[in-house]
Design a binder for this molecule. Structure first.
Ligand SMILES: [Zn+2]
Length: 299
């Protein structure tokens, strides 16, 4: 899968669509998927251009923004299981590559929607294919998206890890918290805001420790390199879990697990469905960093 940013006049055959409505993403709970094949949807009566965000040899992925009352569900799609949900509610149980594509779709969709007119002179923007950016004939700088979801793992009482689940997760599944960086925010500011929104507590910027970045780089002809990544942090949680007030829409349940239990759950993740199986390597990395973190903070 190649990550791209292109505008196409029409949607190519055999494509997949990621569909947004009012900042929510169309999600099929029974299939655990947010990409839909054109043939399964009602005919799309939109005119181009269409934003293509990724392509493979056999298909492209487009992002489509629809209106609330648009009948997009095809005849054989079950309206009980296919709904618009807040992307944050499902982020935690997507594997790392789906996580990246879903966040990318959300951010690029908002970027394209907000890039109709030049911010300097007000003329309509045109799209520069080579740059993957909107530009204007005036002197305004091209308008690039900034793509940066982030993840945080909170550690309580030195050796307990905070996990949460949303109502859209399969039974028993938990994950660490995740969110998006809004325009103009640093990763740290975004996490402080997300943690406040999701579980109602304030963490200090000095408590955040960046432990890694997962990247996917994209070069453009101009030599400009787009950093598409998600940043991973850990932080100490100074409140008791009883004092947390999870935002029910996003976090259905919270719990803490000891490092040894976390390890055990992870080792059996193929069978116990406690974590997304394919994210095992990622969690092993986080776990190692947590151990280093605790060791350092004790000395
Ligand atoms: Zn302009």
């Amino acid at each position: 899968m190649k990550l791209i940013r292109e505008l196409h006049e029409s949607i190519k055959e055999d494509s997949k669509l990621i569909i947004f409505c009012d900042n929510k993403i169309l999600y099929d709970q029974s299939q655990n998927t947010y990409t839909f094949e054109i043939k399964d949807l009602n005919p799309i009566n939109h005119t181009g251009p269409f934003l293509c965000i990724a392509s493979s040899e056999s298909y492209c992925i487009y992002v489509l923004e629809v209106n609330k009352n648009e009948p997009i569900l095809g005849l054989f799609m079950d309206p009980n299981s296919v709904n618009f949900v807040d992307l944050r509610q499902i982020l935690g149980f997507l594997d790392q590559s789906s996580f990246l594509i879903a966040s990318r779709a959300s951010i690029l969709s908002a970027w394209a929607l907000n890039s109709k007119f030049c911010s300097l002179c007000g003329k309509a923007y045109s799209f520069n294919d080579a740059e993957g950016a909107f530009e204007c004939s005036c002197n305004n700088a091209p308008n690039y998206p900034s793509i940066s979801p982030c993840i945080i793992t909170l550690i309580h009482d030195d050796d307990k890890i905070l996990l949460g689940r949303s109502k859209f997760f399969p039974p028993n599944m938990y994950s660490t918290l995740a969110g998006f960086i809004e325009a103009g925010e640093s990763a740290e500011e975004a996490l402080i805001r997300e943690v406040k929104e999701e579980i109602g507590i304030t963490i200090g910027e000095n408590d955040l420790k960046k432990i890694g970045v997962m990247k996917s780089f994209q070069s453009y002809k101009s030599g400009i390199i787009d950093n598409e990544f998600h940043t991973i942090f850990i932080s100490k949680l100074n409140d008791d879990i009883e004092n947390l007030s999870p935002q029910k829409e996003e976090v259905e349940a919270l719990k803490t697990v000891s490092i040894s239990l976390f390890k055990k759950l992870l080792e059996n993740s193929e069978n116990n469905s406690h974590f997304v199986t394919s994210n095992k390597e990622y969690y092993v990395f986080v776990l190692k960093k947590i151990k280093d973190f605790i060791k350092k903070n004790k000395t």
